[in-house]
Design a protein around this ligand. Structure first.
Ligand SMILES: [Zn+2]
Length: 698
């Protein structure tokens, strides 16, 4: 077959004359991607070369707007590809994924190291005040410029070479750190042989540990591994304190060199040393960019803006959370005593006695809740909340077959009936889908289509729900329902996007802002009004009883001191480590010990992630000095929801309109703090989050 015949038959390279331009999934197969990418990548490179080599002087239109609009054919393929590899993969697709990883990374790198292109963008930034740009254009110019700068475009040629070396070494060390952690997790296993050693374990733990034993070729006995789904239930239910201690200590020391082990190269196997190498290189990376320390560099492009703001939040929450954790610890101590256990609560006792407290005080039977939470009802509830807030309506397109028969496709229209978005809802677990829940796009919103026409976004939500038996509804736990609302919140951020330029569309916002629309949307699920309207028994249509709603509410503040304190301890050490301006003689164990003593960590708890296995920080740079973002987003969502409480109505029209204008539809067109203040009328405060967690009096 010649290339031409492949190309003419390749649906990835043809126009999509489908309804709303939804990808022609039934025509696309794995073999189309590699040749499709080859053509589209070459086209994109030509487009970029034309922008960079344009003999005319740089203007916003011929450089920045042109850059934003470039590579549409490539992005169209890339989006289908990355979505299918996550939602409906196959060995053939996985092969393409491995083959394309390097060329796709190289393509990205080539863009951001293109000197001719950057020179034009840089010149426009220097003269931006004279260009008569509107606010969104100015923001686009600055964002794109920053993308280049943070990728090293501004460095002198000699520094550029060193920068490349640093980044390459970091990538190797990140992988080593991650593999060491995984090796420790897979090497350890606690073998349980007798009934005494299995004491307290419920059937589901017994089944999983039996399965783990079988997988290791053991026909008898049970095995507890260090995977989270094993270790947490074991610590929660095993009444054998000595075994809990053994398992917990193995869990706690993952990534460290263990006494008595033999390794050819000890320095490669001990993550304490790997992390020091990473920190040394990160400091150099930050210095090359002109920053004093890595935290300054990483936080310059966040809503928090600088390490001081992060420290202030973490310290504030730490003070309250650690105080609450001490009260909770006393509670556990009393429970232990009441059980006749003469012990002092240690970290390996926490889960065990916390479970006893939970059962005694906050227990509600999941099985009694589920009949009120059918997938159909909860989806309807999410659509109804979006309708009451933003006036949009969802209409299913039953004749559109997406990439799997279980995926539902919807047209989303505004009050006047105009098409706003296409929404794909892919709810069920299957072997071809990765775990977890997420939102993604097949097409981003913009108003830079042909002749500046509007491009309507195609948004997808993935969940991993266990499908009900044939003819039976799929029933959700409260957590499942909350996850569905969470992803739908991200989905709305993509669907309601109303910007001109694609780089600024929907969820293209800063990391410590992106969870606001999703976490905020979860609040509506717990509104009494919403529950009473939609949480109805799938057989009787009865409204969920008040007693169940009350129990679900109470359960939310259980163990929050422990949760927040273990989180903050990790967050504080992350930011303090990345604020260091000198890594000479850094001893990670010593650093951890000193800092934990300085914050006075209660002896009954530990950091949620200790540094030698803190994958968020060292498996990649993704969350380095940014572990705080989870807490930051919680501050924002609790404070934002209070705006509706203050208005006295969870669907207050004026508040909802501001929410739409400044948060859900504005994408990255505004500085996140300005966007937030425009919505709320003031900066966020931390109190609503503290109240929500029960860390201050309501
Ligand atoms: Zn999220």
């Amino acid at each position: 077959m010649t290339t031409t015949t492949i190309n003419t038959k390749n649906p990835l390279l043809s126009a999509w004359n489908t309804r709303h331009g939804i990808p022609p999934f039934e025509l696309i197969n794995a073999a189309h991607f590699k040749p499709g990418f080859e053509v589209a990548l070459a086209d994109h490179r030509r487009e970029l070369a034309a922008i960079g080599g344009n003999p005319a002087a740089a203007t916003f239109e011929n450089t920045v707007a042109a850059f934003d609009k470039s590579g549409r054919a490539f992005k169209r393929i890339e989006m289908v590809f990355s979505n299918l590899t996550a939602s409906e993969t196959s060995p053939a697709l996985q092969n393409v994924e491995r083959e394309m990883a390097a060329p796709l990374a190289a393509h990205d790198n080539a863009i951001y190291t293109d000197a001719a292109l950057f020179a034009r963008i840089d010149q426009l930034v220097t003269t931006r005040q004279t260009l008569a740009l509107d606010a969104e254009q100015l923001r686009l110019l600055e964002r794109i410029h920053l993308d280049f700068v943070r990728a090293g475009a501004k460095l002198a040629p000699s520094a550029k070479q060193r920068y490349g070396e640093v980044m390459e070494q970091l990538a190797t060390l990140n992988t080593r750190f991650s593999q060491n952690t995984l090796a420790d997790e897979s090497e350890f296993h606690l073998i349980l042989r007798s009934a005494e050693e299995l004491a307290g374990l419920p059937p589901f733990v017994l089944a999983a540990s039996k399965q783990a034993a079988l997988e290791r070729g053991m026909s008898e006995g049970h095995v507890i591994t260090l995977s989270r789904s094993h270790i947490t239930p074991f610590l929660t239910f095993s009444s054998r304190r000595d075994l809990r201690e053994k398992a917990f200590k193995a869990w706690l020391t993952r990534g460290e060199f263990h006494e008595g082990e033999f390794h050819e190269d000890e320095s490669a196997r001990d993550n304490k040393l790997v992390a020091v190498e990473i920190m040394t290189l990160r400091l150099e990376q930050a210095r090359l960019h002109g920053y004093d320390n890595y935290a300054d560099y990483a936080l310059a492009d966040t809503m928090a803006g600088n390490p001081a703001a992060v420290l202030e939040l973490l310290n504030n929450v730490w003070t309250r959370a650690s105080a609450r954790a001490r009260i909770e610890a006393q509670d556990l101590q009393d429970t232990a005593r009441a059980c006749g256990d003469d012990i002092s609560i240690a970290p390996w006792d926490w889960f065990y006695y916390a479970e006893k407290v939970r059962k005694a005080r906050y227990d509600f039977d999941e099985a009694s809740v589920k009949p009120y939470f059918s997938l159909e009802r909860i989806t309807e509830a999410a659509f109804d909340c979006a309708n009451r807030l933003f006036g949009i309506s969802f209409k299913e397109l039953p004749d559109v077959r997406a990439y799997h028969p279980d995926v539902k496709t919807y047209e989303v229209t505004d009050r006047t009936g105009n098409l706003t978005a296409i929404f794909l809802h892919d709810n069920f677990a299957r072997a071809t889908k990765r775990g977890g829940a997420w939102m993604s796009a097949y097409r981003s919103q913009s108003r830079t289509g042909d002749g500046d026409s509007a491009i309507v976004p195609i948004i997808v939500n993935n969940n991993n729900l266990a499908k009900g038996a044939p003819g039976e509804p799929t029933l959700l736990s409260y957590d499942d329902a909350r996850t569905l609302f969470h992803e739908f919140g991200h989905g709305l951020h993509g669907m309601m996007s109303n910007v001109r330029y694609e780089r600024l569309a929907g969820t293209s916002v800063l990391r410590d802002f992106v969870e606001l629309p999703s976490q905020l949307f979860e609040h509506w699920l717990s509104e009494e009004d919403v529950l009473k309207k939609h949480a109805r028994h799938y057989q009787t249509n009865d409204v969920i009883p008040d007693e169940l709603i009350g129990k679900m509410r109470l359960a939310r503040i259980f163990n929050q001191g422990f949760d927040a304190a273990t989180f903050c301890a990790s967050g504080l050490l992350d930011i303090k480590l990345h604020m260091k301006t000198n890594m000479d003689g850094l001893d990670l164990a010593e650093f951890e010990k000193t800092e934990l003593a300085a914050i006075n960590l209660p002896p009954q708890i530990t950091m949620r992630h200790r540094l030698p296995h803190f994958m968020h920080l060292f498996a990649s740079a993704g969350y380095a000095s940014q572990y705080y973002v989870y807490l930051w987003a919680e501050v924002l969502d609790a404070d934002a929801y209070d705006a509706f409480k203050e208005a006295g109505n969870p669907f207050d029209e004026a508040t909802a309109q501001r929410l739409l204008k400044f948060i859900y539809s504005s994408g990255g067109t505004m500085q996140p703090m300005s966007a937030y203040q425009a919505f709320r009328g003031r900066a966020p405060t931390v109190e609503p989050m503290l109240r929500k967690k029960g860390l201050v009096e309501a």
